[in-house]
Design a protein around this ligand. Structure first.
Ligand code: XIL
Length: 362
């Protein structure tokens, strides 16, 4: 990465004169084209309009290339903290920007998310709530946001990460005040909003660590069944976040089994936040091979599961990933592109997995 990348001057130059794409950063193989030819809805990426990404023209050249990415998820800007910073005061401009960017290049948007423990404004976390008042606030938040963005959203992650690693409910203001019923109730409110719009917006439960068997996987299956059994609630799909690291990833076999447990319940699934951090940076040669293998196994499991309809990476550029060494014990560089926008071997692995051919870089 150029040492000047972050300077004000570089930002200014980038803003007025698009930097030519670097060799191989937009060349074939094309992940989205390959995924769509194989019958999937897309290969997509998260991105964020609040960070420097949108003014990084080299980044945007790759992001905008629909042959590479056919879908996007806003990394932060549709979360509660951003969209309803004060009670009843809604700010939708960042989300509007994501939808506009997506529309400009024919991308669908997985809208993310309506109810989660994190990135909540202080009025929610620090409020004095009763069951009734918090339900009313949750209903208003969900319905206002779903109705505002309408079919600009292909789907909504209605509830995000309701479960802890051990399968119990994550302690948060919703669970503490309303109890476990907050999850199906959130789906009920979202479904009512979708019905009032008369739109086909898919409703997802999204979580990490549910991709393979274990107590959390079992608890997530039960949660899906609770939502399915709830009066006037609906769930279309389950998002497998699939955040891994080179020190630990789920095998293809375990992911296939995990996916089929969910699809047996009649829901579609998607890989929604795939990334694989190297245990230290720069990634060692062996870490790069392991990283490629985990990407390969995850994408392969989705390709081999008919009801796994799409795959999304949690951003594609190490520069903008949420996994930075300072925050994650030295772990980093989890994306398909390095900060200089050249590609990790994992990019090749993903292309091979989509095509169903052996991994040459794992
Ligand atoms: C992350 C964002 O990428 C970060 O920028 C933010 O600081 C924290 O949230 N699971 C999710 C995502 O569902 O919303 C999270 O995104 C990553 C984990």
């Amino acid at each position: 990465m150029s040492p000047f990348k972050h300077t004000f001057l570089a930002a200014l130059i980038a803003a007025v004169a698009p930097v030519p794409a670097q060799a191989q950063n937009t060349s074939a193989p094309y992940l989205n084209t390959l995924a769509q030819s194989a019958g999937k809805l897309w290969f997509g990426t998260a991105m964020d309009t609040t960070t420097r990404e949108v003014s990084d023209s080299a980044y945007m050249t790759v992001f905008n290339d629909t042959q590479i990415f056919g879908q996007t998820t806003p990394g932060n800007t549709m979360k509660w903290e951003f969209t309803e910073p004060s009670q009843g005061v809604f700010t939708f401009s960042e989300g509007d920007e994501t939808i506009a960017l997506a529309k400009a290049t024919g991308k669908k948007v997985r809208c993310h998310n309506l109810v989660w423990s994190s990135e909540l404004p202080a009025w929610v976390t620090g409020g004095t709530w009763t069951n009734e008042t918090l339900l009313a606030a949750m209903e208003t938040h969900i319905k206002t946001e779903v109705e505002y963005y309408g079919d600009g959203c292909w789907s909504w992650d209605v509830v995000n990460e309701a479960l802890d690693s051990d399968g119990g409910f994550t302690s948060n203001v919703f669970y503490e005040t309303i109890g476990a019923a907050y999850v199906p109730l959130a789906f009920q409110y979202a479904y009512e909003a979708v019905q009032s719009l008369g739109a086909d917006i898919k409703l997802f439960y999204n979580d990490y660590g549910i991709e393979y068997s274990g107590t959390k996987h079992t608890a997530a299956l039960a949660l899906v069944q609770t939502i399915q059994g709830w009066n006037n609630a609906y769930i279309d799909g389950v998002g497998f976040e699939s955040h891994y690291s080179t020190s630990w990833g789920a095998s293809k076999a375990s992911q296939l089994e995990g996916m089929s447990d969910f699809t047996e319940l009649g829901v579609q699934i998607q890989v929604t936040e795939l990334d694989v951090g190297c245990s230290s940076v720069p990634c060692s040669t062996s870490d790069l091979a392991t990283q490629a293998q985990i990407y390969y196994d995850t994408v392969s499991a989705c390709m081999d599961t008919e009801e796994c309809t799409g795959m999304t990476v949690w951003d594609f550029d190490d520069e903008y990933s949420w996994i930075q060494p300072a925050d994650y014990d030295g772990e980093g560089d989890p994306c398909l592109y390095y900060s200089d926008l050249s590609r990790h071997p994992a990019y090749t692995a993903v292309a091979e997995a989509i095509q169903g051919i052996d991994c040459s870089v794992c």
